[in-house]
Design a protein around this ligand. Structure first.
Ligand code: SAM
Length: 213
């Protein structure tokens, strides 16, 4: 059955009292595929890591177990999610191991080549023009850096039938992989992960090392 618009809107940009509940539920619901995303990132202790659409912040807090000397940053455009994540992970924030930014991923507030690893899970659906967001992800990645994008694909007909298409832009795997190539990611590959009956697809890309002049 198709979800009502107001529920779909909570997935896109959680807000109000319901948004606070969504933050808690989502942290549990998506934990499995987010753990898989962390594996795909091949985290190293010194990495600078960015999560786009970090929501509840739970995944970055888990990444802190692997990233002991690097830095962890998240960005989300929902003030409710930003507040929730900052409060919930206040210890890591106070220790300056984790920071949460409020902002839109079509214009990331970071300098070029700031991060070793960049990832986003269940966020591409809300990008009407994904190339703008993907280009930003690549811009802030260092040469040699790794990018991981997790999403439910259009190949899952049940997913498409459940969410209103004016809010959820659900795309085929091959289209997402091609978009990653179009903005300049290299060595683009596809991996799949199962959570019960659900399939989560992952597009992985790299930013090439700078070529010597
Ligand atoms: C469905 S939630 C997924 C949260 C988390 N990544 C997870 O897997 O549990 C999508 C999140 O992306 C955020 N978001 C959507 N579009 C965004 C954009 N253009 N810029 C920044 N955040 C965005 C939403 O506010 C929301 O917190």
């Amino acid at each position: 059955m198709r979800k009502p618009r107001f529920i779909a809107e909570q997935g896109r940009k959680p807000s109000g009292l319901l948004g606070r509940i969504v933050a808690r539920v989502m942290a549990k619901e998506t934990a499995d595929e987010n753990a898989f995303a962390l594996e795909l990132l091949q985290l190293q202790p010194e990495d600078a890591v960015l999560e786009i659409g970090c929501g509840h912040g739970e995944t970055l807090a888990k990444a802190a177990k692997f990233v002991s000397r690097g830095s962890l940053s998240g960005i989300d455009f929902s003030p409710v999610m930003h507040r929730h994540a900052t409060r919930r992970h206040r210890r890591l924030v106070a220790e300056k191991r984790l920071e949460f930014h409020l902002g839109n991923s079509d214009r990331l507030p970071f300098a070029d080549q700031s991060f070793d690893k960049v990832f986003a899970v269940h966020t591409i659906y809300f990008w009407k023009t994904p190339l703008d967001h993907l280009a930003e992800a690549r811009r802030v990645l260092k040469p040699g850096g790794r990018f991981v994008l997790g999403f439910r694909p259009a190949e899952d007909a049940g997913f498409q039938a459940t969410f209103p298409s004016e809010i959820y832009h659900i795309r085929p795997e091959a289209e997402v992989a091609q978009s990653a190539r179009d903005v300049g990611f290299e060595a683009v590959e596809l991996r799949r992960h199962k959570r019960g009956a659900l399939q989560i697809s992952f597009v992985i890309g790299a930013r090439a090392q700078d070529q010597p002049a």
